[in-house]
Design a protein around this ligand. Structure first.
Ligand code: NAP
Length: 497
């Protein structure tokens, strides 16, 4: 194995090998010759040890005052900040997206950690008058226990932090399994927790295949919350796994996000937004702009501008600061993208830009595709309906605003949507009538901030939201407390009739 670094699981404050004795390689999608490290192929036994450690640590952690828990998170955020460049470079190496974006990914983790650290001095409940004399009523948040987290590869450190930080501040303990394609970013997060003195067992990490150990993480009786981000297909399985034991289950899944461009929209801005929304993170964002619907009056003009700019995007290794777009995450994702390009052609869509794998020289070592744009998309086509999760933008036209709203809502998903218009009435009407969890005016479908709730409607989610104070509702339960200091029995709804 030469100089390839071997990484271990983090269980009960220790770096330990899997009892399986097996490991897997983490490969750079921009250069498959580069093995970033070997990681543990964990089995059921490892997961059970991690859950055991989390359950044991919970007994004490839940009693640590929340402001003290917050102090640890402040230190964690500061150390992430110090290590930001190094962590971001590793994230680009294992995930592929360009370094400016992985700096954003790490920054998002920092922001979330600071935000939740501050919640340690809030976690507000309510006081409210009693209907009885000499009685005091209040609500307090209580933690649930062990939380299991299963995370995807596209935001390798931000998404884990969205789950871990609110869980910890509420007093829960954690077992996390990062995506097989991007475990190193979460290893770095564990290193930071360890360095800042988070008590052993409060956060545990096992690496390995979700298909092999996901069910153990979900099924164990000691696990009270399961939070999953990934595909709708696996999310459905996670939901079914949680249901028999009534576990709290928070799901963040797929998207088929739309950008509407009205005939009065600022086309320069809309082109900029469409490029960033469709090809940022190589289109591998749950909020990626994958449907662009343009008013027929400005369609041709905007398309000419868009195609010219898309053709100029530089694709390559994300560590090169001049590169605009990195590779797809792995061979299977590349195959999916190429197969959708073929589907688009077969269904009669018009290829306006890109449409092929990039080859030759360094491209041969990675999973690179040209930024691809199809026009002439109809609502029956698979490109319109299905999440591709790659750099493929599907463009359709509309005649009226009402038609644009109908088209925007014509999807199984409901994560993010955007409108470009100068008409405030249309902007507000669209904001009200497009049924998504996130909505942008004159900005692309990507760009969430950590202090606003994040999540989607329909097949994107199951009603919960991550980030902001909304996340606290996933990781705590309300307890209503009644304190009667009257010295006598007082019967609500009876003695005060
Ligand atoms: P995925 O295939 O569903 O995998 C997500 C996670 O689930 C990975 O850790 C995976 O482990 C694990 N997993 C796989 N099979 C499992 C099983 N049977 N039981 C339990 N866990 C299992 O999704 P992905 O390809 O990583 O991510 C892309 C998807 O995520 C897209 O659909 C995207 O829209 C969605 N996404 C949504 C959001 C959001 O907030 N709405 C954010 C980001 C991504 P392995 O890696 O070992 O397979």
């Amino acid at each position: 194995m030469g100089n390839i670094k071997a990484y271990k699981n983090f269980i009960n404050g220790q770096w330990v090998a899997s009892s399986s004795g097996e490991t897997f390689n983490n490969i750079n999608p921009a250069n498959t010759d580069e093995i970033i490290g070997t990681f543990q192929k964990s089995n059921k036994d490892d997961v059970l040890k991690a859950i055991e450690a989390a359950a044991e640590a919970y007994r004490k952690w839940r009693l640590v005052p929340a402001p003290k828990r917050g102090e640890i998170l402040y230190r964690v955020a500061s150390r992430l900040w110090e290590r930001k460049e190094e962590i971001s470079r590793d994230t680009t190496r294992e995930m592929g997206k360009v370094i400016a974006e992985t700096r954003g990914d790490t920054q998002e983790a920092i922001d979330m950690t600071f935000y939740m650290a501050g919640e340690g001095r809030r976690l507000f409940g309510q006081t409210t008058p009693s209907e009885m004399p000499n009685k005091f009523n209040m609500t307090v948040r209580q933690p649930l226990g062990v939380c299991s987290f299963i995370t995807p590869w596209n935001f390798p450190i931000a998404i884990p932090s969205w789950k871990i930080m609110p869980a910890l501040i509420c007093g829960n303990t954690v077992v996390i399994k990062p995506a097989t394609d991007t475990p190193l970013s979460v290893v770095h997060l564990m290193e930071v927790f360890e360095a800042e003195g988070l008590p052993a067992g409060v956060v545990n990490m096992v690496t390995g295949s979700g298909g092999a150990i996901g069910n153990v993480m979900i099924d164990d009786d000691r696990v009270r919350v399961v939070s999953f981000t990934g595909s709708t297909e696996i999310g459905r399985k996670v939901s079914e796994g949680c249901a028999p034991k009534f576990k709290h289950c928070c799901l963040e899944m797929g998207g088929k996000n739309v950008m509407i461009v009205m005939d009065d929209g600022n086309l320069d801005l809309a082109v900029e937004g469409a490029l960033w929304g469709a090809f940022g993170t190589t289109g591998q964002r749950c909020t990626a702009t994958s449907r662009l619907i343009i008013h027929e009056k400005v369609h041709d003009k905007m398309m000419a501008m868009l195609v010219e700019r898309a053709n100029k995007l530089k694709v390559g290794n994300g560590l090169d600061e001049t590169v605009n777009m990195g590779p797809c995450i792995n061979q299977s994702q590349l195959d999916t993208v190429l197969s959708y390009i073929e589907i688009g052609k077969k269904e009669g869509a018009v290829l306006a830009s890109g449409g092929q794998r990039l080859t030759g020289g360094a491209y041969d070592k990675g999973f690179f595709v040209k930024p691809t744009i199809f026009t002439g998309i109809t609502q029956k086509m698979r490109l319109w309906r299905e999440e591709i999760f790659g750099p493929v933008l599907s463009v359709a036209t509309f005649k009226t605003f009402e038609q644009a709203i109908e088209m925007a809502n014509d999807t199984a998903y409901g994560l993010s949507a955007a409108i470009y218009t100068q008409d405030i009435n249309k902007a507000y009407t669209a904001m009200r009538d497009v049924y998504t969890g996130i909505f942008y005016v004159n900005a692309p479908t990507i760009g969430a901030e950590t202090h606003l709730p994040f999540g989607g409607t329909k097949e994107t989610g199951n009603g919960h939201r991550e980030a902001a104070t909304a996340a606290l509702d996933v990781f705590s339960e309300w307890k209503s407390v009644y304190v009667d200091f009257s010295g006598k029995i007082q019967r609500a709804q009876i003695d005060n009739q």
